[in-house]
Design a protein around this ligand. Structure first.
Ligand code: CO
Length: 136
């Protein structure tokens, strides 16, 4: 068994149709406010990060019809989209997934939001959950 690679839940990402409506609901219901908001054109998403202790709730909405999140919403509707696990070394964590025979979406780490470095692991490997490895 390897040493623990996951250091924190970085974020829980939820796909929504109306970002402002979702932000409003989290604010009015739980008092959760937006810590960071960003459009990531390369991923075709706009996201809002609501800080909860040392982690985030990430509300995600597509910015165009070909975005993977647009396809997700069309197929599955709103809901849990992926989990972001914080790691010290994204490249090493990705190699650990590959070494265990896992299927990855990103062959190499790439830039994520908030200046992070990220890589996605295919849900077929990780028991139905899309995983994002996040290095701060
Ligand atoms: Co994410």
């Amino acid at each position: 068994m390897p040493e623990l690679i996951l250091t924190e839940i970085d974020h829980v990402a939820i796909a929504v149709n109306d970002l402002d409506a979702a932000i409003g609901w989290y604010a009015e219901t739980f008092g959760a406010t937006v810590d960071h908001r960003e459009t990531v054109e390369s991923d075709g998403v706009e996201e809002a990060l609501l800080k909860v202790a040392d982690s985030y709730v990430q509300l995600l909405t597509p910015t165009n019809d070909t975005s993977p999140v647009a396809k997700y919403l069309a197929n599955k509707g709103e809901g849990l989209h992926h989990i972001g696990y914080r790691v010290d070394d994204c490249a090493a964590a990705l190699e650990a997934v590959k070494a265990s025979g896992g299927r990855v979406i990103d062959e190499a780490p790439r830039p994520g939001s908030r200046g992070t470095t990220v890589a996605f692991v295919h849900p077929k490997t990780s028991f139905g959950t899309l995983i994002e490895l996040v290095q701060e």
